[in-house]
Design a protein around this ligand. Sequence first.
Ligand code: 7RM
Length: 634
Amino acid sequence: MSHKISSLEQYREVYQKSVQQPEAFWSSIAESFEWEKRWDNVLKWNFISPEVKWFSNGKLNITENCLDRHLVLDSDKTAIIWEPNGINEPTRKLSYKELAEEVNKFSNVLRDLGAEKGDRICLYMPMVPELTIAVLACARIGAIHSVVFAGFSAQSLGDRINDAGCKILITADGLFRGSKTVNLKAIADEALELTSVIKSVVVFKRTGEDVPMLPSRDYWWGDLMEDASIEAAPEIMDSEDPLFILYTSGSTGKPKGVVHSTAGYMIYAYYTFLNVFQYESEDIFWCTADVGWITGHTYIIYGPLLNGATTVMFEGVPNFPDAGRFWAIIDKLQVTKFYTAPTAIRSLMAAGTDFVNPYKLSSLKVIGSVGEPINEEAWHWYDEHIGKKRCPIVDTWWQTETGGIMIAPIAHVTPTKPTFATLPLPGVQPILVDSEGNELKENDVEGLLCMKFPWPGIIRTTYGDHERCRQNYFTTFPGLYFTGDGCRRDKDGYYRIIGRVDDVMNVSGHRLGTAEVENAIDEHKNVIESAVVGFPHEIKGQGIFAFVITESLIGDITQFENEIRDLVSKIISPIAKPDKIVVVPGLPKTRSGKIMRRILRKIAEGDTSNLGDITTLLDPGVVDEIIQLIQIKK
Ligand code: 7RM
């Protein structure tokens, strides 16, 4: 039976059923998978502990559903089309059969290195097919993968390895990104100095540069794969066994490891991919995210492969060798469904249509957006110049914690509206509440976005710290999952996401905590204290504004700023570098010592006309001083 919704009327019916009989609804989807053993119980849950269990005691392996299942009829179908960073290197294609064989081989390699069910394995890799192969091999042997985006620093990598207690690290000699190469192994080696949990390191050769290899710890991918068998029995997993950990930033402290389960995530990735993009077997689907983020996990790897789709994996960046690269690839590979982020759209929009016009984009049928609110101007540019007004824009709202898309149009089914993520997918029960937690039942309201019922892809815990998961998502409004986003519901019941209401910033679609960046800045020997806020940025969506108090007078301000940026790059990642840094004599604090970010946000926005009530400040005078300093700087 097809689970693909094909009309608005049908959407309304299915949605009703999914709310009235969620168990029947989700089990009818679960039926279409390969199970080693059927589940006993569809759903057990409470949002207080919290505890959510989908398909209890079901036994399965997700890779049988991603790979083996398709080998019967579709073994020669292309699973992955890989487009390299450089334009002179050839495209690589892997059929389902080839991918399955590589996954099996690498599963055997991992088992030979001593990996067992439940072990954590860290992946710090370029965007090459071997990253997908490694992800799936982990899943096949029941190891929990923790992919760390290859733009993160040694410190961040080391922290994540330690937090999850990873036994094996899979990396590469280096990576190509635009005109740059990055020596990944050198960064990995630096991270390995910060940890003692890693027993083996597998190094994939990508750039061919010379890298040091530590005997009896470091192995070349190619050497290990040489004699590996192409058969590997899948480990039988329980529905609720963890499938992966993915670190994401929160409003406090270090990034937390979001844990996803096997069966629930699988069903949710499958269903949302199928419906939102209206998957058809001849599709060439391209999601431009990096596998290091949740979007890459769900819509480059799991969603497409569970559906037997052809998925494109691109190693490079949107503006290399020029701002026409995305459009050139769509033309070359005849991409039918394209999924990218507003920040990329805005930067390519700024480059102009001269970079679009040389390419035929007539293969496109659906274009998508994810990661941050899409502004009106970017929406219309995307619609006119890329979709040529023929392709629905699916503006998809979701989070690392939700596993898959939650609120989005179903392509060709849900009428779209610029900047609106539109309606909840079947099984998704959003509610808006005011700051006291009262439900806003009417339409044409603005409030805080929560979920009142579990969906199969929901976060299960934060690794090693369930209390943090509870605190973060389930205590603000008891009985609800709180997303951290502000949201408007218009007169038609359409949802428009406004953005984070907590101390999480969204810089070029990357999630960063203000506290994380402040902690990095505070490592500078001349910094006493800092406060970081996001501010509207034309391309990035949000930029980072840092207010810092120094111990002594700064001589060379440019040098000081460079030191701060280098420090943040080194401790977190270049993506976390502040755009603006201003040295201030003090910070606006309440009498109890809390920084009033609301005021700093206004100042950073350049909107100082209405700062609201500042009488509760310990020293209201500091506000004027900061405003003047910024004016001098301009
Ligand atoms: C998939 C992803 C999650 C945060 C989320 C929002 C923002 C994501 C949209 C969006 C407006 C969208 N995961 N966000 N999608 N805001 N419209 N379509 O991005 O964990 O990295 O970020 O991103 O604030 O809470 S994430």
